[in-house]
Ligand binder design. Structure first.
Ligand code: BTN
Length: 250
């Protein structure tokens, strides 16, 4: 797969733009990136603040031959790829908060928003949007203990273009392996070593139902295995559930 990077100085949302271009027939491998987003989207209808000149915002378009219920695994493949790049290239001990976030010193540094379009019962396209706090020097008061940036952690600016290239290269290799194997067994152990939730008490937020459990790690399907208070183990599916710490975000 070849990447085809399209850059905008300003766009509403790179996810929205990638989805528009997908509808017009764009091929797998399209990467939409922008210096600034006027309507950056977070998960659960939240806004993703996207000022100019500082952070990395990009979305990739994939057209995988995959059962739709396996698509959420792609979010984990991306989280894993970004985490490995930030660890190896920037030397930062980034951890993964299953399934969508990356954290450093318990603060969020990256969020991922995956959107899937179906055609009948098959995947038409999957757009994976990634927002990384790169050169932010200061967060608003209300975010200061929840968010951080590469700059704040390293004390020096990071080049966004180079970071994007490294992530795309890493992701491409993992994506190809994933399509061959069709599960996450090839990265499961390494993923679990970077999993911040591991062994912690978490609140599992299922639609209409939440419960406390101990996170054990992901299985080969990317589900989070949790141990409930009655001793039984449950596999939590990444598509519709999220978790948070019992005392807060982690
Ligand atoms: C989250 O943590 O809630 C997910 C945030 C995802 C933000 C990225 S920035 C690039 C892409 N375009 C968007 O509008 N959102 C994603």
């Amino acid at each position: 797969m070849e990447w085809n990077v399209v850059y905008y100085e300003e766009i509403d949302s790179t996810n929205t733009q990638a989805k528009r271009m997908a509808k017009e027939g764009a091929e797998q491998g399209l990467v939409v990136t922008a210096d600034e987003q006027s309507a950056g989207k977070g998960r659960r209808g939240r806004v993703w603040e996207s000022p100019a000149g500082t952070n990395l915002y990009f979305s990739i378009l994939l057209r995988p031959e995959l059962e739709p219920d396996k698509a959420p695994m792609l979010t984990l493949v991306m989280a894993y790829s970004v985490a490995v790049v930030l660890r190896t290239q920037e030397g930062l001990p980034v951890e993964i908060k299953w399934p969508n976030d990356l954290v450093l010193e318990k603060k969020k540094i990256c969020g991922i928003l995956t959107e899937m379009e179906l055609s009948g019962s098959q995947i038409a396209d999957v757009v994976i949007g990634v927002g990384i706090n790169v050169n932010t020097t200061e967060f608003p008061e209300e975010l200061r203990d929840k968010a951080t940036s590469l700059y704040l952690q390293k004390g020096e600016q990071v080049e966004r273009e180079k970071l994007l290239q490294q992530i795309l290269e890493k992701f491409r290799r993992q994506y190809e392996r994933f399509l061959e194997i069709q599960d996450l067994s090839f990265l499961q152990n390494e993923y679990n070593q970077m999993l911040i939730n591991k062994d912690r008490e978490v609140l599992v937020l299922e639609p209409g139902h939440e419960y406390q459990a101990q996170a054990l790690g992901i299985n080969e399907k990317g589900e989070l295995l949790v141990k409930k208070s009655d001793g039984s183990t449950e596999a939590v599916f990444a598509g519709e559930v999220s978790v948070r710490g019992i005392y807060g975000y982690i």
